[in-house]
Design a protein around this ligand. Structure first.
Ligand code: ZN
Length: 415
């Protein structure tokens, strides 16, 4: 069994918004009141009160005239808050964390509904039913599969999100662990694959980039501390969230599709951090082509290769496979047909023509084919233990074993 999370934006009406804020505030109040009570008991020389004891305090609070308003909030999120508080205390007692802190306004814990009987999902009408709130519309951006386990409602950047955790059976047969796909990451292209797919970067982000600049300028023009500036900052924050969601959505669709077809993928071991390091250089050694590199850096970061790789790694692992890292040296200059290596093979940025055998291909596709071949070499060497290549193969195998133990818990944000 594996656990997976689906996160969706709740489309709350103003009345619901007020109720959700009140619920979250009640959770925060419960957290703080329980810490205060723990401190009072400790000073009185009494032992630590566990979750069950704290839940009895909660019941008393919900019945006390002064705090009867707590009863307007569903009881489960309040109890879950106390469960989280107990865990925080246990970490503190084990020396793994500090003493639990009081929460201020804006630090509300999420509303967790632990019992699937307490909530419901209606995928046809894109809505979820929550205790004391009834049916609420959600932006159901993808189908939910698996058996519902729990739901958590949180507030992020002005949006209410619901995260639905589901349990999925493991239906994955032990995959044949030979790489079947090579991926070359490009700049003009987002990526090219050894099976002739050329993946264009997400164009929508370019348009958003221009809007981002405009919003940033708007913020800088407003008077500091003014109401208009705060509004402009909020607008900028919403755009950032939207860009992140668009990129995440696009990357998830792409990585899922690739991992579904190819559970074992060879990919260049690209040091994204090194490639996107500042091009400005130092005062002694000024960098060359600074402007061009700055544009390239932004393109690299925009395209989110590191995130793409991270997604492929866990998605391949979830399918019983892995990502095989390959040294990218010469992959762009080597002929995938005859193996001849020459800088002259690369006639232009986009096209490859071998000076030895005449093989012509798209330059990025040729590189992807080389990466697949290198991945196959790493793999067969690793399994037959031949010489120098073993040291490179070992980390990949160990990583695969480790990856298999972990259950994927990643979901994707659709805001
Ligand atoms: Zn050739």
């Amino acid at each position: 069994m594996s656990i997976k999370a689906f996160r969706f934006q709740l489309r709350v009406k103003p009345g619901t918004e007020r109720a959700l804020r009140r619920f979250a505030g009640s959770c925060r109040w419960t957290w703080n009141a329980a810490i205060a009570e723990q401190q009072r008991q400790r000073e009185a020389g009494e032992p630590f009160a566990g979750h069950a004891a704290m839940c009895q305090w909660l019941t008393a609070w919900r019945h006390a005239p002064d705090t009867a308003w707590l009863a307007e909030t569903p009881v489960h999120p309040l109890q879950q808050t106390l469960r989280r508080l107990e865990a925080a205390y246990q970490r503190f007692f084990a020396g793994q964390g500090g003493y639990p802190k009081f929460k201020r306004r804006g630090q509300e814990p999420g509303l967790r509904f632990p019992d699937p009987k307490q909530f419901a999902l209606d995928p046809v009408n894109a809505r979820v039913k929550l205790p004391k709130l009834g049916w609420q519309r959600v932006r159901l951006s993808r189908p939910v599969v698996g058996e519902l386990r729990n739901a958590t409602v949180t507030r992020e950047r002005g949006h209410w999100l619901v995260s639905l955790q589901v349990e999925l059976p493991d239906v994955l047969a032990a995959a044949d662990l030979t790489p079947t796909l090579g991926i070359d990451l490009g700049v003009a292209l987002f990526a090219a694959t050894s099976d002739d797919q050329r993946i264009q970067p997400l164009k929508a982000l370019e348009c958003q980039q221009r809007r981002l600049k405009r919003y940033q300028r708007a913020v800088s023009r407003k008077v500091k501390g003014s109401r208009n500036r705060r509004k402009a900052v909020e607008r900028l924050g919403r755009l950032h969230a939207r860009i992140a969601a668009q990129r995440s959505d696009w990357l998830h669709k792409l990585s899922t599709e690739l991992a579904d077809r190819h559970p074992v993928i060879a990919m260049e071991d690209l040091k994204v951090a090194a490639m996107s390091a500042s091009a400005a250089g130092t005062a002694d050694v000024p960098g060359r082509r600074v402007r061009q590199k700055a544009g390239l850096n932004r393109a690299i970061l925009d395209q989110g290769w590191a995130e793409f790789r991270r997604q492929l790694e866990y998605k391949c692992a979830a399918r019983g496979g892995t990502v095989v890292p390959v040294n990218p040296a010469y992959t762009s200059q080597r002929c995938s047909q005859c193996g001849h290596v020459s800088a002259d093979n690369r006639t232009t940025q986009a096209s490859f023509e071998c000076v030895a055998c005449g093989h012509a291909d798209n330059a990025d596709t040729n590189a992807a084919k080389n990466i697949l071949a290198a991945g196959l070499a790493v793999w067969s060497c690793g399994t037959t233990a031949c010489g120098a290549e073993v040291s490179r193969a070992k980390p990949a195998r160990a990583k695969r074993a480790a990856a298999r133990k972990q259950e994927p818990t990643e979901g994707c944000v659709h805001a």
